[in-house]
Design a protein around this ligand. Structure first.
Ligand SMILES: [Zn+2]
Length: 321
């Protein structure tokens, strides 16, 4: 009995699970900065810590606003088989065909990215530094989420196939264990994205196509591992928690052929590409010479509130996205 209570406590400690995990989101925004041209680097490099720290604000907002959750995923397999042609890519056509309630329930990440991109472009046009930084940090989050296979699957935490936990395993445990020493994030230069919606849908379709592999390979490997080798008490952020063992994690990473690294690299390239595109489409404003260089009282209050809600409130909407 005491043993069960003990294990329960550890599970509770690790229950707050996030898209890509905080760690991966922060790394993705951080490395995206290095792909930018010098004209953008003058703003992004001195603010790299902000862009990295605030990459996770959209996840924190999920504790304050119920409408936030669907912005992080799309259960695209609910619309038939790959390449999901039954689902219109245009928002108006999609809600006309399926109703807005259904579209919202299945997640809206590709459409939300387009809205954020427009806001970021406008912020560049207004030369509003505070807005540019906030929106850059946040759009980086949604773009990164669109690159996660299980963010494009209705079986998002393996709940339909007895694989619960796979969501956090793929996007938190693997990068936290392997990114620092084994992943390569030297990528090149940001590329202009001529058609934002088309590009976004291509990444989402890649994610949808990879979800099967993510799930199938984990199930196959689980058959080769006794439970006491699949899970182990190992350290995470200075705490001992029961989690997927190092042995299982590295074996799985090999089976999926470094898919997590490949999707992280693609996410970094995409984030830099969207930032760069917004700046170009706004007419390449001089980023050494912006307005609103300090965050307003209101901005600072919002940052504080996001943190407070995240720490003290129950999650609204779906747990694992
Ligand atoms: Zn997210």
């Amino acid at each position: 009995m005491r043993r069960i209570a003990f294990i329960g406590l550890f599970l509770l400690l690790s229950i707050k699970s996030f898209c890509w995990g905080f760690y991966a989101h922060q790394r993705i925004n951080y490395f995206a900065v290095f792909l930018l041209p010098p004209e953008m680097m003058v703003l992004y490099k001195p603010n790299i810590q902000f862009l990295s720290d605030h990459s996770v604000d959209p996840d924190k907002r999920r504790y304050a606003i119920a409408a936030e959750a669907p912005r992080h995923y799309i259960d695209i397999d609910n619309y038939g088989a790959y390449p999901y042609t039954a689902l219109p890519r245009k928002w108006e056509d999609a809600i006309q065909k399926f109703s807005e309630d259904t579209i919202q329930a299945n997640g809206i990440v590709p459409w939300w990215i387009a809205i954020m991109q427009q806001r970021l472009t406008n912020a560049f046009k207004e030369k509003n530094q505070a807005k540019i930084l906030k929106l850059s940090a946040e759009i980086g989050h949604y773009i990164a989420d669109a690159h996660v296979p299980l963010h494009a699957s209705s079986n998002h935490d393996g709940q339909n196939t007895n694989q619960r936990g796979i969501h956090g395993f793929w996007e938190s445990r693997i990068p936290e264990l392997l990114a620092e020493n084994e992943f390569d994030f030297m990528i090149g230069k940001a590329a202009y994205v001529a058609d934002i919606p088309k590009y976004t849908w291509s990444r989402v379709l890649e994610s949808g196509a990879a979800a099967d592999t993510v799930l199938r390979d984990e199930a196959a490997l689980t058959n080769l591992f006794p439970t006491d080798r699949k899970y182990a008490f190992e350290e995470r952020s200075g705490k001992l928690v029961r989690q997927y063992s190092t042995e299982f994690t590295t074996a799985y990473n090999k089976v999926i052929n470094n898919m997590v690294e490949r999707r992280m690299r693609q996410a970094i390239a995409s984030v830099a590409g969207y930032w760069y595109t917004a700046w170009i489409n706004a007419g390449q404003p001089d980023l050494k010479n912006l307005n609103n260089t300090a965050f307003t009282e209101e901005d600072l209050k919002e940052f504080e509130k996001l943190n407070a809600d995240w720490k003290n409130t129950a999650l609204k909407g779906r747990v694992h996205e």
